[in-house]
Structures are given as C-alpha cells and as structure tokens.
Design a protein around this ligand. Structure first.
Ligand code: ADP
Length: 377
C-alpha cells in the first residue's frame, strides 16, 4: 500500500508513540513522533503533517494549547485527540477548539488506522474546497481587473472625446448630431457609474475597512450628505430635513462609507418620490444603538420586494427603461457597509405611501473577523 501521507504523534507516553507509529507505518504512512507539545509544534512546521494525533494530558504545554497553535499554523491539518476515558469531556472541549475527532486509550491498531483514514478523507475535502475557493477568488480578481481597466478606461476616454466634440472644439456639428451625442454621453456616464458601483461592491472588504475606523459623528455626516443632495431635492420640489438631538455620541466607523450610506438612502428617497414630497432623516439614541431612519412619502413598494431589495442588481421595476434609472446595487452596498460597522438595516414600505429605512449602529463596535476558511467549513 502506498500511503505517503505524513502523520505526527505528540504524546508523552512512549508506548503510545510506538504503538501509533507501528500501526500506521505498517500501512505505509510516514510517521514521526514527539514527546511534548513544543517538540511536536516544531515538527508541525518542519515535517508538514496532514494529520496530528495529540495527547491532551502532557507535562508542560497542554494538548489544548498545542491544538490552538496547530490551528494557527495551518487550519487544514486534521487534529485528532488521544485521551484517557476519564478525560472524554476535555476531548469534547478539544473538538470545540478545532480537533476533528478523538480516540480514547487504550486503542487497537485497527482503531487508530480507521480514525486516521477518516481524518485523511476529511483533509482531502478541506483541501479541495480551499482550492475551489482560491480558484473562485482568482476568477473574481480577474473580473475586477478586467472591468477596471479594459471596460472603464475606454469608456472614460470616449466620454472625454464626446466632451471635446460637444464643446465645439472639434468644429461645427449639426444640431441633430449634437443631440444624439448628448444622449450617448448620458448613456456612457450611466454605464461608467454602474461599473464604478460594481467594482466598489466587488472589492469591498469589511475587515480591512474596520482596521481604520475612527471616531465619527453621524450627525455631521448626515448634514454633509443633505447639503450635497439639497439641489437635487429642490429640483423635484422635495423637502429634505434632518431631525437630530443636539448632541449624540460618536461611533467608530469609516467616514466615507457612512457618507455613502446616507447618500444612497437619501437619493433613493428623492428618486422614488413625487414632486412636492418629503425625505426626512432622523437620528436618535438608545442605550446600545444610534439609530438612523431615512423616510419618504414617495412611491413605496409592495411587501414582496422587501426581502430582495438588498440583493445585488435587484430593482423593483427591473426593466431597462424603467421610469427611474438605477443599477440595483445601491442598497446592497449600503447593507454591506452597515454590517461592516456592526449595524443592521431594516425597511418598511407601502406602495403609494412611502418607505422607511432604519439602521441601528452599535455604540460599541466589536470587530467580527470573517475568516473565509472557517466559513467554508
Ligand atoms: P437602484 O436605485 O440603483 O435601482 P438600489 O439598490 O438603491 O438600486 O434599490 C433597489 C430597488 O429598491 C430600487 O430599484 C427601487 O425599486 C427600490 N427602492 C429603493 N429605495 C426606495 C425608496 N426609497 N422608495 C421606493 N423604492 C425604493
């Protein structure tokens, strides 16, 4: 049998090390052993085993500590705990710390071979799913770079040429041609904006964002957004107001992202509204949260859409020539950014009456690192 898999046994009892080595080398595995956790951890790095059998009760560094360190060195190493009957409960603790299985002492050669074979099957699955994840990530990165460079750059260049022509700098053009070119210009700009939005969604990394959080004032950012969008609201004769307590605690966050949250929600409130309508931004505080609501008395939407509007590219009126233009990406960006700040977002809406988006930002931010490898398991 040609099992060239490497197995490491860490146990202070020589008899256990020898019996494991014998049972496993007999079927072709390459086995090394160590009598304590420190020597074992050295071998984890130099010998690069696929499976480590660890005794929980050892003098010096415990098996549980060793398990944690092995997990940090390479989470794809399968860890099997060797334990006496009296310590089955600690074996269960060990499994919570990433051990795959446990084998109580005493065990027969066949029992150890069965558990190791099962562990190796598990490892194979882990390695395959890791390879798949890396492949998907590579495809995603290629797509992002294709869209960023090959699509956006020529679009931006074309818009610049159009600007030159429309500005009369390339000679006279007929009014008909000018009108057509203006339409081209609008379409191309919409496309450029869509690509920009898609890229910001695709490259969004919540962990990276939270590394650079600073103290920010939601009230200041809301005021800035309102200032920027005031003229758009005025064009549609929509009143845009902010209602906030005089002072509110700051939260930990990223100013640009929070600005994008307000911009998206407020511009939707204006976009999906009627002339003479209103958009109200309200800030309030509870013990745990600072809450933001953005409500409008615009067109609203039916209940059936509410669970889908945060999905990428979802639009209530999905037709390309819908009366209100959009990409269906704004709310998915908003949701990702809210979640990256530890917050939650909800929506209530009724067709013809309006919509209210409510965000709760926690006053105390606790980063939740999204370990992709763990998620895949
Ligand atoms: P976009 O506005 O670019 O289409 P969003 O992701 O911002 O994309 O919104 C998704 C869909 O949710 C919109 O197409 C619209 O149908 C609906 N929607 C969002 N905000 C509102 C609102 N304030 N009032 C009514 N419908 C809304």
């Amino acid at each position: 049998m040609a099992n060239k898999e490497r197995i490491l046994v860490i146990d202070d009892e020589e008899v256990i090390r020898d019996s494991c080595t014998q049972a496993l080398t007999k079927v072709g595995y390459v086995v090394k052993s160590a009598e304590d956790a420190d020597k074992g951890l050295e071998l984890v790095k130099s010998f690069n085993p696929g499976i480590v059998l660890v005794d929980l009760k050892m003098p010096g560094k415990s098996g549980i500590e060793a398990l944690e360190e092995i997990q940090n060195i390479d989470p794809n190493i399968i860890k099997i705990v060797i334990t006496g009957f009296a310590t089955v409960s600690s074996a269960i603790d060990a499994m919570k710390k990433g051990a795959y299985d446990f084998i109580p002492k005493p065990f027969t050669p066949e029992e150890i071979r069965v558990i190791v074979a099962r562990g190796l099957e598990r490892r194979q699955l882990l390695l395959e799913s890791e390879a798949l994840r890396l492949e998907q990530e590579r495809t995603r990165q290629n797509m992002i770079s294709l869209v960023s460079h090959e699509f956006r750059a020529p679009l931006a260049a074309t818009i610049q040429y159009l600007e030159v022509i429309l500005g009369g700098m390339a000679g006279d053009i007929s009014p008909e041609a000018k009108e057509m070119m203006e339409r081209c210009d609008v379409r191309l700009r919409e496309m450029l904006e869509l690509l920009g939005r898609w890229i910001s969604l695709a490259i969004f990394d919540a962990d990276k964002l939270s590394e650079n959080f600073t103290d920010i004032s939601l009230k200041d950012i809301a005021s800035e957004s309102i200032e920027v969008l005031k003229s758009t609201a005025e064009e549609k004769k929509i009143s845009l107001t902010l209602d906030s307590p005089e002072s509110l605690p700051t939260i930990k966050g990223n100013k640009v992202s929070i600005g994008e949250i307000f911009n998206n929600l407020i511009s939707n409130g204006i976009k999906y509204n009627k002339e003479g309508g209103w958009v109200k931004v309200r800030l309030s505080e509870t013990d745990e949260y600072i809450s933001v609501t953005v409500s409008d008395n615009g067109m609203g939407m039916d209940h059936e859409h509410l669970s889908k509007i945060f999905d990428e590219f979802y639009r209530v009126d999905g037709r390309r020539n819908a009366p209100v233009k959009g990409s269906g990406l704004g709310l998915s960006i908003v949701k990702k950014m809210v979640n990256a700040h530890g917050g939650t977002i909800d929506v209530e809406s009724e067709t013809g009456k309006g919509s209210t988006f409510k965000i709760d930002f926690p006053k105390v931010f606790e980063p939740k690192h999204s370990d992709k490898k763990e998620e895949d398991r």
